[in-house]
Write a protein that binds this ligand. Structure first.
Ligand SMILES: *Cc1c(COP(=O)(O)O)cnc(C)c1O
Length: 362
């Protein structure tokens, strides 16, 4: 028997067991080559196939239109906080950002270094407990793009409805990447680190529209230029071969288990199960975010006291339900239930929540 527990980590996080096992089988001798994939040239036939299949599957699974390029870049989502404004804000134009919490704040802080950036909506007054409605997003003239964070991993909120604005959008989708269908016509660029829904840490996947590529700033160090990565099919320098290899397997797993439709349905159902456990607990468990903005990936909740929260996290771990502690900046509890978290993991958690509530009344 393999020892696997339910891992609710926010990232890096749980991956499909089938994917791990397949990689394990292939690791030492990749398809009869007598060496592993991570020991061979990234310019050789084996890796070339892996790379191109990952690109093709990313397009297929996420239903990406043909006029977008797919880029595999190092530096995680964090480097994109700089690359986006460096490449996309032309001299004399501005960029708008929605400040929805921790990750959006990071994106704004970096963007300010490279361009004329303003906050089109700030959730501070509501303690970052909700996303804005379209009419609350205040755009100024000469705005190149509106940057949003589709899901705030720490605050546990997401855009359930995408903003309707008359400039192209750019989105950091790290923590709900490929967990739902998106309206591509409203985006010029979509990016995210892969270590939440899609693979191991060490890479971002960027989708960029052709027309945006054509107007990118070219006065940058070569690694920082989207147009060069697009021209070279993400092989400008040595790409992150291991993350690309595992990403391809995760995408194949998604494709074979019903694609985006099935993934989205499963995600909605898992989240509904957990939120209803919280809502039906007579205020023993409380979710501090607005109903309409509740994240489907990162479910945050509180217990009656900090002592009970600490005990809950400890006893849950004893039952094989780990990494339920909220981010240190906000406290409380957080269950991250990404694509690879099986429904049975969420059922085990809600079962434990029932027992805990009964055995530790407030
Ligand atoms: C995790 C995360 C990031 C940072 O990703 P790195 O790959 O560590 O740079 C950025 N944005 C969001 C929304 C995240 O969840």
């Amino acid at each position: 028997m393999i020892h696997r527990i339910h891992n609710f980590s926010a990232g890096p996080c749980t991956l499909p067991l089938e994917v791990l096992q397949e990689a394990q089988t292939e690791l030492v001798d990749y398809q009869g080559a007598g060496m592993s994939l991570i020991e061979m040239s990234h310019r050789g036939k084996h890796f070339d196939d892996v790379h191109n299949e990952a690109v093709a599957l990313a397009r297929k699974v996420f239903e990406v239109p043909d006029d977008f390029s797919v880029l595999f870049l190092q530096g995680g989502a964090t480097l994109q906080f700089s690359m986006v404004p460096m490449n996309l804000i032309p001299h004399g134009a501005r960029a708008a950002y929605v400040n929805s919490g921790s990750w959006a704040s990071g994106a704004i802080a970096d963007a300010r270094i490279y361009g004329d950036v303003y906050t089109a909506w700030d959730g501070k007054e509501d303690n970052y407990s909700r996303m804005p409605m379209s009419k609350e997003v205040q755009l100024q003239p000469n705005t190149r793009y509106l940057h949003i964070t589709s899901n705030e991993t720490i605050g546990g909120i997401r855009f359930s409805d995408w903003p309707e604005v008359d400039v192209p959008m750019v989105a950091d989708m790290s923590s709900d990447y490929m967990s739902r269908r998106i309206p591509w016509d409203r985006f010029d660029l979509v990016y995210g680190g892969v270590q939440k829904n899609l693979g191991p840490a060490g890479m971002a996947v960027v989708f960029i529209r052709q027309s945006a590529l054509e107007t990118c700033n070219r006065n940058l160090g070569r690694y920082l230029r989207y147009d060069i990565h697009a021209d070279k099919n993400s092989m400008f320098n040595t790409p992150p071969v291991f993350p690309i290899y595992i990403l391809g397997k995760v995408l194949r797993w998604m494709d074979e288990t019903g694609g985006l439709t099935a993934i989205e349905k499963a995600a909605e159902e898992k989240a509904a199960l957990l939120y209803s456990e919280i809502d039906n607990s007579r205020d023993y468990f409380r979710c501090p975010v607005h109903q309409a903005s509740r994240s489907v990936m990162n479910v945050i909740f509180r217990l009656p006291t900090a002592d009970l929260e600490a005990l809950f996290i400890k006893e849950a771990a004893g039952q094989g339900l780990v990494n339920l502690k909220g981010h240190r900046s906000v406290g409380g509890c957080r269950a991250s239930i990404y694509n690879a978290m099986p429904r049975s993991g969420v059922e085990a958690l809600t079962g434990f929540m029932k027992l805990f509530r009964a055995s530790h009344p407030d």
